[in-house]
Design a binder for this molecule. Structure first.
Ligand SMILES: Nc1ncnc2c1ncn2[C@@H]1O[C@H](COP(=O)(O)OP(=O)(O)O)[C@@H](O)[C@H]1O
Ligand SMILES: [Mg+2]
Length: 346
């Protein structure tokens, strides 16, 4: 097949995506496909030989993730894209592919905009459709749907710029967690333990958007469950060596212990997997798609869902690929499964 793998994009998780999409592209080449690895934000020139000549049997690009979130303002200034969120020729190149592998994280790639655009163009793509993506990206909407579906999620409120700090203390209490409503990779997330640090935490979150989730800090063990073509994979327990699971602890190797399968009872394992499937369905993510559900397992056995990721990290050491490996799917096979189930069902 001819597969366009979309990488990078205009999102704080841009670097993460450059790494994972590069590895996905290599895996798909090993599986025998012809692949074009395209930066979704910077786009690409179409050579005189036509878009078809961009699809190669080997990919050589390599990227590394730095400790810091990329400087998007600078990227925008130098890209010449103006207000556009996708780069030149991206649609043309994707139209010339048999299918698009969305190797992006966050923002346009994960919030459903790109999926809707592809639907309009009749372009096939991997992963969840635009409704599931949009609902999962918006933590306020997700939490509303979890609540009406009987899925436990931390109690809290959505704060606007005019919400007073007193109101947050009164309605949510301390300790609490503050996060941008549509963020990812823990960018802008803070754990607030005393009143004095609330101001800075809110400021950090409002840097990204003007809706901020303030919710109770849930005590328990952090678990995440990947879902692949309707199958809930073994849970992974996440134990950062210090602090919480922030950007640095997520992407710098060795800072977090990730245990799969974790030391939990059979019934806890079953409940975590069932809750993950329930959360996926509540957000209208299709059965044939894939996603990863973040939860905290409380000491009384309740799994509280924090969020669903419709474009989870996809380096071989990322959480979903790790869980897939325990379930018996190697990295190349995982990438192939994601492509084939999209090809057959979209
Ligand atoms: N209510 C909460 N209770 C405890 N820890 C939380 C809570 N919300 C977030 N966290 C911590 O912050 C991390 C990021 O939060 P999450 O809601 O998953 O947002 P993101 O989209 O940035 O991954 C989680 O993995 C967890 O470690
Ligand atoms: Mg998360």
């Amino acid at each position: 097949m001819k597969i366009a793998v979309l990488a990078g994009g205009y999102s704080p998780e841009r670097d993460v995506s450059l790494v994972s999409a590069g590895l996905i592209a290599k895996a798909l080449c090993r599986n025998g496909h012809r692949v074009a690895l395209i930066d979704a934000y910077l786009g690409a020139d179409i050579p005189d030989a036509g878009a078809d000549s961009l699809f190669a049997r080997e990919i050589t690009e390599e990227y590394h993730i730095t400790e810091n979130v990329p400087d998007l303002k600078k990227l925008r200034e130098t890209s010449g894209n103006g207000d556009a969120l996708i780069g030149k020729n991206v649609i043309e190149i994707c139209r010339s592919a048999d299918i698009v592998y969305i190797g992006l994280h966050g923002a346009t790639g994960e919030n459903g905009q790109l999926q809707a655009l592809f639907d309009c163009h009749g372009i096939k793509y991997t992963g969840a459709g635009y409704v599931g993506c949009a609902l999962a990206m918006d933590k306020e909407m997700s939490k509303l749907l979890f609540r009406v579906s009987g899925i436990p999620t931390p109690d809290g409120i959505t704060a606007k710029p005019e919400t007073t700090r007193e109101e947050i203390i009164e309605k949510v209490g301390l300790p609490c967690v503050t996060k941008p409503c549509s963020g990812g990779s823990s960018v802008g997330v803070s754990i607030v333990r005393c009143e004095n640090s609330l101001e800075k935490a809110m400021k950090d979150a409002f840097e990204y958007e003007d809706r901020v989730i303030a919710e109770k800090l849930v005590k328990g063990r952090e678990m995440t469950v990947g879902i692949l073509c309707g199958e809930a994979l073994p849970p992974i327990e996440i134990i950062p060596k210090s602090g919480f699971y922030d950007y640095k602890n997520k992407y710098q190797s060795g800072l977090t212990e990730e245990i799969c399968p974790p030391d939990i009872t059979k019934s806890e394992d079953k409940l975590l997997r069932e809750t993950a499937l329930h959360a996926m369905r509540a957000l209208r993510i299709e059965e044939h798609a894939y996603c990863r559900v973040d939860m905290i397992l409380e000491s009384d056995g309740t799994p509280r869902v924090l969020e669903v990721n419709t474009l989870p990290g996809m380096t071989p050491t990322s959480l979903l690929p790790q869980a897939a490996k325990v379930a018996g799917y190697g990295y190349d096979e995982l990438c192939e499964k994601i492509v084939m189930s999209a090809w057959e069902n979209r």
